[in-house]
Design a protein around this ligand. Structure first.
Ligand code: PGA
Length: 261
């Protein structure tokens, strides 16, 4: 039993162009018009389209997120984007530590922690992504790796800032591959993350923090995943590029929340 508000994010990654981003945002705004009352719904477009998507979302209640941020305030950091720049565009949420940033771009736990601190200090809500590779899963290291990422990402974070923190468990082998963790496997890791938060902070914080699942979530598997007690919604990649599919995943989050209480 929980009163955690379900949260579903659409991570558009490096997809869309100006026109399709505008259209997708408008379609999501219409399709999720009722859901915003009791779920947090966020879209994360590429940086160049943040402003267009903000305008397309209008006053729909669907929130605007960014896929990354840099921790320095300003200066000679070619190609990077600051917290203040995102706030200027009415961005409310930012993804930090996505596996594609960890494993394709090569971001370290230290850099990710610096970004989490800067984003929380600046007033953004942070979606911190964690999760193991296939090799690590097969070696039996799933929880060790994932919990180490949680500890490193949250190093030095003030407990008062946890209200603006969301975790996303995304096993790397399930992202964009069509392979989803079983609902039981995901639940086991989510529960382990929550236990770690309880050890590190306190029971109330651990019970309050929302943990999303990500990795090939689709309309037909969302309901089963979201029904698990420690899975509070999803971070959706591929399926978020289709407004109908995304809306049906959002709807599954609402049904699951209704069933839980
Ligand atoms: P996917 O991506 O839904 O395409 O697997 C999820 C993510 O990377 O956030």
């Amino acid at each position: 039993m929980t009163d955690r508000r379900p949260i579903v994010g659409g991570n558009w990654k490096m997809n869309t162009d100006r026109d399709t981003a505008d259209r997708l945002a408008r379609d999501v705004a219409v399709a999720c018009a009722d859901a915003v009352a009791d779920r947090d719904i966020i879209v994360f477009p590429p940086f160049p389209y943040l402003e267009a998507v903000r305008n397309a979302l209008g006053s729909s209640g669907v929130r605007l997120g960014a896929q990354d941020v840099y921790h320095e305030a300003n200066g000679a950091y070619t190609g990077e984007v600051s917290v203040a720049m995102l706030l200027d565009l009415d961005v409310s949420h930012v993804i930090i530590g996505h596996s594609e940033r960890r494993h394709v771009i090569g971001e370290s736990d230290n850099l990710i922690n610096a970004k989490v601190r800067a984003a929380l200090d600046g007033g953004l809500e942070v979606v911190l992504c964690v999760g193991e590779t296939l090799e690590q899963r097969e070696a039996g290291e799933t929880e060790a790796v994932t919990l180490a990422q949680v500890r490193a990402g949250l190093d030095g974070i003030d407990p008062n800032d946890l209200k603006r923190l969301i975790l996303a468990y995304e096993p790397v082998w399930a992202i964009g591959t069509g392979r989803t963790a079983t609902a039981d496997d995901a639940q086991t890791v989510h529960a382990a993350i929550r236990a770690e938060l309880s050890r590190r902070y306190d029971n109330t914080s651990a019970d309050t923090i929302r943990i999303q699942y990500g990795g090939s979530v689709k309309p037909d598997n969302a309901g089963e995943l979201f029904a698990r007690p420690d899975i509070d919604g999803g971070l959706i990649g591929g399926a978020s590029l289709n407004a109908d599919h995304f809306a049906s995943i959002v709807s599954a989050a609402g049904v699951a929340a209704g069933d839980r209480v």
